[in-house]
Design a protein around this ligand. Structure first.
Ligand code: ZN
Length: 293
């Protein structure tokens, strides 16, 4: 295991190279791009410890537990951790570097992370929704991970190059770049960190053994539907628990407002995946109520 650093402005991105760089399989993992998503940071640190004890045979692994040290410092000084400063770009919408001013911090960060992750076959960007359950973004189901079929999958049918995952899939169509969102509705106990680091380790073992994907799976798939709340502009993503829905299907609509509580009607039996801002959903069979907390 080699601990390495690259400099970006006044900060260093610390990363760990594990195994032989000429290995048959190459996996890249990063976490904490959104700086408030510390679960990813903790899980990847734990994963490094597991790999120290249980090295893999034919896989080279690069782990960047905190890939955005500038953002993390901002978080410590009271920033939200979601966006860059001073330009206020979502930290995960900076990777279409052709569109970004080369003198900015955003460019430097995106350029550094794209260079660090170049030439890897599997790339996992580990996130944590602010309020939400575990789920995965994949470009297509044949590019999904091997051992995570129990999670809800969201297929990005539009590759924008803007996010880390999209940019890698766009620049290297042969690679498999996914975003793994860890659950955030429970606090980061040791057992939670152990569970998710072990799960990621199991994926690495499956890659190491060249385990094939299982045959068609029973996961949800469909387009992401974003609902912008009329009250607070908060962004919410839902997915149906079972079955498929087509692009542009209306999944949620606001049917009434009580004070600053929005009553959301769901034509499907929905489950919340991800919330922005301080919102929480109580699951109901047909109606999902959004409450401010
Ligand atoms: Zn995130």
């Amino acid at each position: 295991m080699k601990e390495k650093f690259i400099e970006i402005f006044n900060e260093s991105i610390r990363y760990f190279d594990i195994g032989n760089e000429d290995a048959e399989n190459k996996v890249y993992l990063q976490g904490n791009l959104h700086s408030n998503e510390v679960t990813a940071f903790l899980v990847l640190l734990k994963l490094i410890k597991i790999l120290e004890k249980h090295p893999l045979e034919s896989t080279f692994i690069r782990i960047v537990p905190c890939c955005n040290p500038t953002g993390f410092k901002g978080l410590i000084y009271g920033d939200s951790g979601r966006t860059s400063f001073p330009n206020r770009l979502d930290w995960n919408r900076i990777f279409n570097i052709k569109k970004i001013n080369t003198k900015t911090l955003e460019f430097k960060l995106a350029d550094s992370l794209l260079k660090l992750s170049q030439d890897f076959q599997t790339l996992v960007d580990v996130h944590t929704p602010e309020y939400g359950i575990e789920h995965i973004y994949v470009e297509s189901l044949d590019k999904r991970l091997i051992t995570f079929d129990d999670l809800i999958h969201i297929i990005s049918d539009l590759i924008t190059e803007d996010s880390f995952e999209d940019s890698n899939n766009f620049n290297n169509p042969k690679c498999k770049a996914v975003t793994l969102e860890l659950p955030s509705l429970e606090i980061n106990t040791n057992s939670k960190i152990d569970y998710w680091s072990k799960r990621v380790f199991n994926e690495l073992v499956a890659i190491d053994k060249n385990t094939p994907l299982s045959t068609p799976i029973n996961v949800n798939h469909g387009s992401i539907v974003n609902l912008y709340s009329s009250i607070d502009g908060a962004y919410k993503v839902f997915s149906e628990v079972s079955g498929e829905f087509k692009k542009n299907d209306v999944i949620l609509s606001i049917y009434d407002i009580e004070g600053n509580i929005e009553l959301i009607k769901a034509p499907f039996n929905c489950r919340c995946i991800c919330f922005r801002k301080n919102l929480i959903a109580i699951k109901g069979s047909w109606v999902v109520r959004i409450l401010k907390v």
